[in-house]
Design a protein around this ligand. Structure first.
Ligand code: SF4
Length: 166
């Protein structure tokens, strides 16, 4: 195991991975049309809860090999934005990552372990917070995101019971 490794990570990408874990979808594979590194980064996080991560609101290590990583940006469009939401993935993602950083008290470039990141999420997350970070989403989708995230945190943190539905 490379203990010196530090993963550049968009906070919402980690949140998405935790949601996958909560849904029991941990068999990540490369996505042919994208070629991003979600599968390998997710496995690295699952293999070592104490791996260091660095907050990155722009292009992170998942985006790095992606076909939509062009220059310093993502040129992909969102499939089905809800009314009032940005249609560009870069703009939407920036909104999400800034929202998560603000909720968790983290800054661009800040380093911490994956475990500590999850501890911050477990203490700060609520349904109301998710509604703010993901504006315009139907409430049932936000509720499901919240439940999956809590379940993923329980598994990732080893069922420490640090949080409860709020
Ligand atoms: S945010 Fe854009 S560049 Fe990053 S993985 Fe997704 S599609 Fe690729």
């Amino acid at each position: 195991m490379d203990t010196s490794r530090c993963i550049n990570l968009k906070p919402h990408h980690f949140i998405d991975i935790l949601g996958d874990v909560g849904r029991g979808r941990t068999n990540w594979h490369p996505v042919p049309g994208y070629r991003h590194a979600l599968h390998s980064i997710a496995r690295s996080l699952m293999e070592n809860r104490d791996v260091r991560i660095r907050m990155e609101v722009g292009i992170d290590d998942i985006c790095e090999p992606c076909v939509h990583h062009v220059g310093e940006t993502c040129n992909d469009a969102r499939g089905h934005p809800f009314p009032g939401q940005p249609s560009g993935k870069m703009e939407w993602n920036l909104m999400l990552d800034r929202g998560w950083c603000s909720l968790l008290g983290l800054k661009q470039g800040q380093e911490l372990t994956a475990r500590d990141f999850c501890g911050l999420v477990a203490r700060a997350v609520s349904l109301a917070a998710l509604k703010q970070i993901y504006p315009g989403q139907p409430v049932e989708l936000t509720q499901k995101r919240y439940e999956d995230l809590l379940a993923g945190l329980d598994i990732f943190c080893g069922g420490t019971g640090q949080h409860g539905a709020r």
